[in-house]
Design a protein around this ligand. Sequence first.
Ligand SMILES: [Ca+2]
Length: 172
Amino acid sequence: MVPPCLLLLYHISGEEAKVTILNYDPFVGTIITSSKYKIDSNKKIITGIEPSTKVITVLNNLMPSENIKIYNKNGGEITGNTLVGTGAKIKLLNNIGVLDELTVVVYGDVTGSGEVTLLDVTTIYQHYRGKIKLTGAEAIAADVDQSGIVTLLDVTYAYQYYRKKINKFPAN
Ligand SMILES: [Ca+2]
């Protein structure tokens, strides 16, 4: 299927038209946006999703309101009350293919479960100590105070969150 806008372009410029497909679908829009979450359009990362947030809640805070699907870090589609964790992919799809794709970072969740558990705390601690090396979305998720580096403070905040002593991570 060729989107109507491409047919129109071709019609206007005639036989020698050079049609560049921009993946533009006027009925869908081309990128994922949100008034609630923070989207880094260069790194293709979405942050601001709190731990223990369900798929349905995330979808309600994204635009467009249709044609967005969420996949866990292993590539399986997740829906409904399933939690959205670090490493999940949010994809905007149309009949051509994937128009936009974002990787989820949930601060404090380095295991991808969507929650901050004791395993997350110990994993962040091991990363801080150099025993293991987190990369990509997981490394960003470990820096819970968004200082740009993982320190003992991040471990402490993660532990406090896990113990419910705090209900939000401090952002710089
Ligand atoms: Ca930090």
